[in-house]
Design a protein around this ligand. Sequence first.
Ligand code: NAI
Length: 443
Amino acid sequence: MIGGGYVGLVSGTCFAEFGTDVAIVETNPDRLTALREGRIPIYEPGLDRLVAENVEAGRLTFGDDIAAAVKGADAVFVAVGTPSRRGDGQADTSYVYAAVEQVARVAEGYTLIVTKSTVPVGTGREIAKIVHATRPDLDFDVASNPEFLREGNAIVDFMKPDRVIIGTDQAKPGGTQRAQDILRKLYRPLYLLERPIVFTGLETAELIKYAANSFLAMKITFINEISDLCEKVGADVNDVARSIGLDGRIGKKFLHPSPGFGGSCFPKDTRALTAIGRNAGSPVRLIETTVAVNELRMKAMGERVIALAGGDVKGLTIGVLGLTFKPETDDMREAASIVVLDQLDKAGAQIRAFDPAGMETARAVLPKAVTYCKDALDAATGADILVVLTEWNEFRSLSPEKLKTRMTGRKVADLRNIWDPESLKEAGFDYISLGRPDMVHTA
Ligand code: NAI
């Protein structure tokens, strides 16, 4: 497994749990040291125990020696990052290609190279060219096995996936069968659990991942726009979402209004799909719009908080609950909090923030002046306004009465709809949320 990040570490550990010997190769020295010392560099419930058990059982090892890991391997998975390239939004495949070249140089005998990273359509073929150019003598196949795990639920997602996608080079005689057989064996425990495994071509597998993530991002953006409309016409988005979601063709998931989608996947994958579409002469206009609407939405959220303050937050103290792009992760990549806190900071507010898992990662990306607090009530202490940006469960049980004992002001912007508007109003708060009537006391 080349890359010991979110995907490499979780999938490598889960393969080990399935009974396979896994060697994870990681080039970041801090990350590698942590892994070797049994410290898990990411926040993922249950992962520490699973890593420890598999290391103990001798099925899971960590190192930086790619040759040692590749030697004798039935399959080499590439799980390195594919971030957005600045400027054109295309996925940056340079880490993937660099890893593949390293693998090709040290491979001995037949080698199956599998992309687990999310890669643009055509990457598998490009990998084949690179391997061939590096080692014209090498017997190899390329497969695409995109990963669908969700941070915060990654182990269950890997162990009990909705589906596994395996793309192989259908144009290569024999290659498909051999590669499929190896991957079928690796995923055998999922066969026993009767999870669907889809065998398809390389390009199709690559596109499936982008199509899936872009659809989900579009669904989130759809309900966000409906949420805005609800506010204008006096409707309640929670009831709209619940009711449309009861239609099995729509489904109830991903219909929660939010400050916009963030994270390590949706923003970059939607941008990448639009680039793939444009380059192929078949623009995916729905997703182009989704990307644009989502960017505007994050900015609109900061403006809402400023409007709640009466148009000016200069010198005000703003308590912020939740920073990560979603609960149960420490991942701050493209989180709405980055945009919102930047706006509030520039507008002259003092920010007191708390997040149950993301404080360390947040420090690197949020404005320097942010004060990090020890818990939610600490963040609320002295605040003129309280803003909810991530719906961690522990925030739901904070009572308005408790908040009143800590806050200086009586204004709450609940940008995840975690509280009941009536109870906040009864407690004397001016309360705004998403897609529901504002509960603002008029003077
Ligand atoms: P990450 O940035 O957490 O991990 C990548 C790791 O690879 C880093 O630790 C890096 O040091 C290491 N690395 C880079 N080049 C290397 C090399 N040549 N040899 C050894 N190690 C190397 O990224 P993450 O989140 O794990 O994502 C990886 C891929 O999986 C991306 O394409 C992403 O889109 C995709 N993905 C991510 C999901 C997520 O929830 N994070 C879910 C599904 C797919």
